[in-house]
Design a protein around this ligand. Structure first.
Ligand code: 2NL
Length: 345
């Protein structure tokens, strides 16, 4: 019996020596130490042994079992570590590799310009209002002193949905609606940014769809000097404190008198160059004192109330500020154009 146990131990240890996968150890454990294995068999057959032999064989069998178990565990630990090391090696991350660039989006240049304009006028006490892009003939034309058959309507030919409904040709109807809502009950101090539409053929300076920001201030005792002060403040904050402004007489059906505002040319400081077409000045917006008819139609008594209004095109302003040569760049969505302005200030 003793020899049999010693032989079993020697045989098992040899197997452990040869084993090199985790499955091998499992097999050895089952075949030597398992329920149906030889060691268990010896321990089970103890009853048949003499009283003297029993403790000696019992102790030896237990020792053999421990020795085999220990050998398996020791070698298994070595193999497990090797497997882990292999895995770590194959799964290492090279932290020195450059990362994949993250695609960061940003607001469209026009959105950016419009919010900048909004911020400046909010700072002067104007509120921002929006309105429908599909307008009635009344708010788009009639309420702005452009009756049917007025020749100025030809310049603002639009896309008609029905005889009475059209894509708005300017954002002024938002202002006409606001005044109409208040019916002369309180002052109005607002700007209205948004998309507008004209039946134009697209080229470098024309687009059938573009944007506008218009402003309106109606109160008692609003004067031309208020318009000049507000627009001067806007021009200096937007284009730079060193810019001068000038107002030239002009005509709009909804203002009287009407003006156009120029800012001094940054390129030549007023000397005359190709950017300002040798004039030293660059036109940036139009405005004037709200026509009494416009006030009257919205329920404001022109003997009590007066107001100024102005309108500008963010595309033109962006083109001047960044030297963009074609209005179509804003709408063709070429990322090589758009991405240049993701960090625009
Ligand atoms: C331009 C000129 C202008 C207005 C817009 C306006 C609005 C109301 C009453 C009177 Cl409700 N006027 N808006 C006035 C003058 C000029 O825009 O060149 N825009 C791009």
């Amino acid at each position: 019996m003793k020899e049999k146990l010693h032989a079993l131990q020697a045989e098992a240890l040899k197997q452990v020596e040869k084993a090199d996968t985790l499955a091998d150890f499992q097999k050895i454990r089952v075949s030597y130490l398992g329920k149906k294995g030889p060691i268990t068999e010896v321990l089970r057959g103890m009853g048949k042994l003499s009283k003297e032999e029993r403790p000696i064989i019992g102790e030896l069998a237990n020792k053999v079992r421990e020795t085999i178990t220990e050998a398996i565990e020791t070698k298994k630990a070595v193999i497990e570590e090797a497997v882990l090391n292999e895995q770590l090696k194959s799964e290492t991350i090279d932290v020195t590799l450059p990362g994949r660039p993250v695609q960061v989006g940003g607001p469209h240049l026009l959105t950016h310009i419009i919010s900048e304009i909004e911020d400046l006028f909010i700072g002067m006490g104007f509120e921002v209002r929006e309105g429908p892009e599909v307008e009635t003939d009344y708010y788009n034309f009639e309420a702005l002193n452009l009756p049917k058959d007025h020749p100025a309507r030809d310049m603002q030919d639009s896309f008609y949905i029905t005889e009475d409904l059209l894509m708005r040709t300017h954002t002024s109807p938002v202002q006409a609606r606001t005044m109409g809502e208040y019916q002369g009950s309180k002052p109005v101090k607002m700007i209205c940014p948004g998309k507008v539409y004209r039946r134009d053929t697209d080229d470098a300076t024309h687009s059938h769809q573009f944007t506008q920001v218009e402003g309106l201030y109606v109160d008692k005792n609003v004067r031309m000097s208020d318009l000049k002060g507000v627009l001067n403040q806007f021009a200096k904050q937007f284009f730079g404190a060193e810019r001068e402004i000038r107002l030239r007489p002009s005509f709009f059906p909804f203002t009287e008198p009407s003006v156009e505002m120029d800012i001094s040319c940054k390129v030549c400081q007023g000397e005359g160059c190709s950017v300002c077409k040798q004039t030293g000045w660059i036109e940036i917006l139009g405005g004037g004192m709200v026509h009494p008819n416009v006030l009257k139609m919205a329920g404001y008594d022109p003997k009590v109330y007066s107001g100024f209004a102005f309108g500008m095109g963010p595309e033109r302003i962006a083109m001047l500020k960044y030297g963009i040569d074609d209005i179509r760049h804003f709408y063709t969505n070429d990322r090589r154009f758009l991405e240049q302005y993701h960090r625009a200030q």
